[in-house]
Design a protein around this ligand. Structure first.
Ligand code: PEP
Ligand code: MG
Length: 582
């Protein structure tokens, strides 16, 4: 058989070799017919029952989720469950059956088309991909109405081991169901960098290529397939030379991983003896499993807003306290930095629990988010402050405030922390009165004024994700301006440098918890700028550690100062290339 090569977008790195498993779903054949008025009630009931069954099915998937499942995927399933209770999907089609006299499948299709049209109008590429969520939920209900089986459930008998799954698209429920089946790669015809397949494959650490047009048509069931997640390439039925090439790459990759995992127990010390702290960023307590796997030394950023998202009621003090306590207990003495709520912009609440102040701003990233929202709704803030303070009695906890732009905000936040302490004292509840309070430096104003901010704070943590967005005035989620989103732009680097210097001068620790901290290409640059605390996605820790061990910080600090005088990110990148060459 001749080899065939296809291309798509590589979204999760790695090389995999396996047998193609074509996930052919029966085409949904939605029939459209009119219902006589006497049968409308029964048709509405048939629809309601289908929604109930869909809920039961998803609740079952949710219940069986293994502890190792990435939180992103779990929260997708929660979102789908919420959608099944949402008026738009659960009630509006019932009305359509009555008003138009159409059958249940048709009513659902009409409603789906109306919802998808709204999503397609959206400018935000992330929200546009959320139309997939509507389709996944709608298709589940349609399959129930049409009495069609979902063939993924049927295949879970070990047949998928060593398979490369080829599908048009995969829903979160599909991926959760398949994740422990020994699949070696995912390939989909649709989907982009924000699709569920992408997120799941990355979290599971298996290669994935999306956007491979007509993959289901060209590939054969069971044929040998090479998936190259670096370059987005697929090679079907490779010849001897092709196979040998990829096997060799796979071996090199395994050696590299084995080397990295040996580093687990070794400290992150540079060649010239500097101890560097490598901490993990977490979003939910479940993320600690991955953090332990890479032996990160603590949590440098706990994004608490995830506890508030995808739910109808906001968590009260007790629930927050209990959740934070689970994290502290599991850390067994390792430090934990809890960030106060960073709601708003890209992190929004569900419609049901929408906060009274979360107005639909024209520029949400520049609007009432994070500390700004908390200072407007002091009850919301004080509740969280008390929960964080209480947990400081259970282990080494620090508190970090996001998005501070002015000294007034800092002073107000510190006053509220004092008030929360007084309230706890009055209630006779324990807390650590010396709990360190720091701030994220992620607004240019804060970086420029970091020498002043340092007087009020116990530590800084540089949030490059936002710092880059606000310095370059380039939305971090907008692909159209991603060319401007440059962490190595000299303007960004000067702000980072100012912050590190101001922190050191004032004798307070400076950490970095934006994505830049976990990007191993930038490790040497940051070490040279004097950064000695990094917090990152846990999976990045081994790679960054290996760079630290192979670097001489003193030499780097002499070399990197010139980046501050460079005129473009391109110049800095070229310099980094040299800095990283062995
Ligand atoms: C940042 O802005 O760099 C950061 C770590 O915070 P978030 O990504 O949660 O906004
Ligand atoms: Mg931020």
């Amino acid at each position: 058989m001749a080899s065939l090569s296809l291309n798509g977008v590589g979204v999760s790195r790695g090389v995999a070799i396996g047998k193609a498993y074509l996930l052919q779903r029966d085409q949904l054949k939605v029939r459209e017919y009119l219902i006589p008025p006497s049968l409308v009630k029964a048709e509405q009931e048939r629809f309601r029952q289908a929604v109930d069954i869909a809920k039961e099915q998803l609740a079952e998937v949710r219940q069986k989720i293994p502890a190792t499942t990435p939180v992103d995927i779990v929260s997708f399933i929660d979102t789908h469950l919420l959608m099944l209770s949402d008026k738009a999907l659960a009630k509006d089609p019932v009305k359509l059956i009555d008003e138009r006299g159409c059958n249940a499948e048709w009513a659902l299709k009409l409603q789906r088309d109306a919802l998808v049209a709204v999503f397609e109008e959206m400018d935000d590429p992330y929200l546009r991909t959320r139309k997939d969520d509507v389709d996944h939920v709608v298709n589940r209900i349609q399959r129930i109405l049409l009495n069609q089986n979902d063939n993924i459930q049927i295949m879970l008998d070990g047949r998928l081991k060593d398979s490369v799954i080829i599908a048009d698209d995969l829903s979160p429920a599909d991926t959760v169901t398949m994740q422990n089946e020994g699949i070696v790669a995912f390939v989909t015809e649709f989907g982009g960098p924000n699709s569920h397949t992408t997120i799941l494959a990355r979290s599971l650490g298996i290669p994935a290529v999306v956007g491979v047009k007509n993959a289901l048509r060209y590939l054969q069931q069971g044929e040998t397939l090479v998936v190259d997640g670096y370059y987005g390439a697929l090679l079907a039925s490779p010849d001897k030379t092709g196979m040998a090439h990829y096997q060799q790459r796979q071996r090199a990759e395994r050696r590299h991983h084995a080397e990295l995992s040996k580093l687990k127990e070794l400290p992150a010390i540079s060649r010239d003896g500097l101890v560097i702290s490598l901490h993990a960023n977490i979003e939910l307590p479940e993320d600690l499993a991955m953090m332990n796997k890479v032996a990160a030394k603590g949590v440098g950023l706990y994004r608490t807003e995830y506890l508030f998202m995808n739910r109808e009621e906001l968590p009260d003090e007790e629930e927050q306290y209990e959740t934070y306590k689970t994290v502290v207990k599991q850390l067994r003495g390792r430090p934990l930095t809890i960030r106060t709520l960073d709601l708003g912009a890209d992190k929004t609440l569900s419609k049901e629990s929408r906060h009274a102040l979360s107005s639909v701003a024209n520029n949400p990233a520049l609007g009432l988010r994070a500390i700004r929202l908390c200072l407007r709704d002091t009850d919301l803030f004080l509740t969280q402050l008390r929960a964080i303070l209480r947990v400081s009695a259970d282990g080494p906890v620090s508190m970090m405030i996001p998005m501070v732009a002015s000294v007034q905000e800092l002073q107000q936040a510190l006053t509220l922390i004092k008030q929360a302490k007084v309230e706890l004292q009055e209630q006779g509840k324990a807390f650590d009165d010396t709990l360190p309070v720091g701030a994220m430096i992620e607004v240019p104003a804060a970086a420029i004024l970091s020498d002043v901010f340092a007087k009020y704070l116990d530590f800084f943590s540089i949030g490059t994700n936002d710092l880059v967005q606000y310095t370059m005035a380039a939305d971090r989620q907008d692909n159209a301006v991603s060319y401007l989103y440059q962490p190595t732009h000299p303007a960004v680097l000067r702000l980072i440098d100012m912050t590190i210097k101001a922190g050191h001068k004032a004798g307070i620790p400076v950490s970095m918890c934006g994505e830049m901290a976990g990007e191993s290409r930038y490790t040497r640059l940051l070490l040279g700028l004097g950064l000695s605390e990094f917090s990152m996605q846990p999976a990045m820790v081994p790679e960054v550690k290996s760079i630290v061990q192979n670097s001489d910080v003193e030499q780097l600090s002499k070399k990197v100062r010139r980046v501050l005088r460079m005129s473009s990110a391109a110049d800095v990148e070229a310099f980094i290339e040299l800095l990283n060459s062995p």
